[in-house]
Design a binder for this molecule. Structure first.
Ligand code: F6P
Length: 493
């Protein structure tokens, strides 16, 4: 049954049509998916040789999924190319890995333009549109070109880099225009929001608009942090029923399990983590045969060179550490280059004494939240968390570390292994409180509510745009948080 009169149009690169176990985004959107009419549009995950292959539409109750295949050229230029060789590394502060190929950027823009065209034919004026992630940054601007005046929100699931890094992307102005075409841009953390606002302010200062330049007949773009949440209660229940997944030999009396679960990605700090385990065993040889570290790492984006390289580097590093410390019946690192079913993962989290979530840079990192939710509150494990994950803003009760410092990471693991029960319980309770307060329902509801507010502010700006007193913003106004890029305003929250 619909509780809102307007339909929600979701757009994301991947669309979870036909998935039996909902992933992070589908869980986070659960409330909207169960209470509103929804159209969910995006890539089918499939490839085709034909151009203009059209959409496949599947209705499941109140949700209609509309998905399109990509041609091989589109896949290579838009997804494997610009999104994952230019934007992903840049937004994760890896300019050394970024490749800015003009033809890939052109394909990225063309796919966004095609998605806009296909979506335009299916939306009605009362729809609320919510675009997700870096694959689709230009989509709102492309929709506006068709005269779409609907409320449009964008949520960035990955970090937004500092202005110095963002400006290094040769096409940064085109990307910024895409964001500025939205009524609301949501970020995972305050750090990301502030980076975006600093970029907008610096661009406004640099663009030196003449004093009487007209405002672009635009809307006001609001920026705000909405840390994505999980369904903590449901995950805790799943972990409780799945406990006991870890091999008994690794968790028996006097034994401790250390766990890492990450997609194979250079942003996750995997080599640094294995090096920290080596540092730990060097400094505490008594822990040999008593601790085991399981690293679950499903490969991803294997078509991108940097990912193939990482796999070789990680496997070399795991082999080196295992070679140094293994005995005939024990190895320090148990490395799985594959994923596990969700319930098994939940059980493993619960069995672990220490969870390592140590990315070099991460938008949020839901593994950290799932690890905490999975713990037995009477005897919880300890989370070791990178200061560079968005989730660190929300969970200061974790042991916060700099992943570039293996000695510090090793000391944090030692600290976690020795932490007294009352301290573990206290830290865990505080983190659970945050997870329950800012859960998936909160995230979805807060974003959509703010989109409605932002749209009304934006419409007011639009209505006033023709007003003779609608002057460009002054420097003090910019400093106060009402910013302008190419004539559009950004207001923080
Ligand atoms: O976090 C960003 C993200 O694109 C997610 O949306 C997605 O689930 C994940 O990375 C995996 O990436 P890919 O879709 O490239 O396999």
């Amino acid at each position: 049954m619909s509780t809102q009169s307007s339909r929600l149009v979701l757009v994301s690169n991947r669309v979870p049509v036909g998935e039996t176990t909902p992933g992070g985004l589908a869980v986070a959107l659960k409330d909207a998916l169960s209470t509103r009419q929804v159209l969910w549009f995006g890539w089918s995950g499939g490839l085709t040789d034909k151009t203009g292959a059209g959409l496949t539409c599947i209705r499941r109750g109140n949700v209609e999924y509309a998905v399109t295949d990509l041609t091989t050229d589109e896949f290579e230029g838009y997804y494997a190319g610009y999104a994952n060789k230019a934007l992903w590394p840049s937004f994760h502060y890896r300019l050394d890995l970024a490749e800015y190929q003009p033809d890939e950027f052109a394909t990225y823009m063309a796919v966004n333009a095609r998605f806009a065209r296909e979506l335009y034919e299916r939306i009605s004026p009362s729809d609320q549109i919510w675009i997700h992630d870096y694959h689709l940054i230009p989509l709102a601007a492309e929709l506006r070109k068709f005269g779409v005046t609907n409320p449009i929100g964008f949520f960035s699931h990955i970090p937004f880099p500092s202005p110095e890094i963002f400006r290094a992307i040769p096409q940064h102005a085109a990307l910024a225009s895409g964001l500025m075409a939205c009524d609301l841009v949501g970020f995972q953390s305050d750090r990301d929001r502030s980076n975006f606002e600093r970029y907008a302010a610096e661009q406004a200062a640099m663009s030196a608009l003449p004093a009487n330049a007209p405002q672009m007949a635009g809307r006001r773009t609001s920026a705000k942090a909405f840390p994505i949440g999980i369904d903590a209660a449901a995950f805790a229940a799943e972990a409780e029923t799945s406990a006991g997944c870890a091999p008994p030999a690794l968790v028996g009396a006097g034994k401790c399990l250390i766990l890492g679960v990450d997609r194979m990605d250079y942003s996750k700090g995997l080599v640094e983590r294995v090096t920290a385990i080596e540092t730990l065993l060097d400094s505490r040889p008594d822990l040999c045969e008593r601790v085991s570290y399981i690293q679950v790492t499903p490969p991803s984006r294997g078509e991108v060179d940097a990912y193939a390289q990482l796999r070789i580097e990680l496997e070399t590093c795991v082999g080196h550490v295992n070679g140094r410390f293994s005995t005939l019946d024990w190895a320090p690192v148990r490395y799985l280059a594959q994923g596990l079913p969700r319930n098994e993962l939940a059980g493993l989290y619960r069995d672990a004494a220490v969870g390592l979530v140590t990315p070099l840079r991460d938008g949020m990192n839901l593994v950290a939240k799932e690890f905490v939710a999975a713990q037995d509150p009477r005897n919880p494990g300890v989370l070791v968390l990178s200061e560079f994950a968005g989730v660190a803003e929300q969970l200061p009760e974790a042991l916060i570390i700099n992943p570039h410092d293996p000695a510090q990471q090793a000391r944090a693991i030692e600290h976690a292994l020795a932490m007294p029960l009352p301290e573990r319980q206290e830290r865990h309770a505080a983190m659970m409180d945050t997870l329950n307060r800012y859960d998936a329902s909160w995230w979805c509801g807060a974003f959509l509510q703010e989109l409605a507010v932002a749209t009304s502010k934006s419409s007011a700006v639009q209505a006033g745009a023709a007003h003779p007193h609608d002057e460009p913003l002054t420097a003090p106004q910019v400093a106060a948080g009402a910013l302008a890029v190419a004539g559009r305003r950004v207001s923080g929250g």
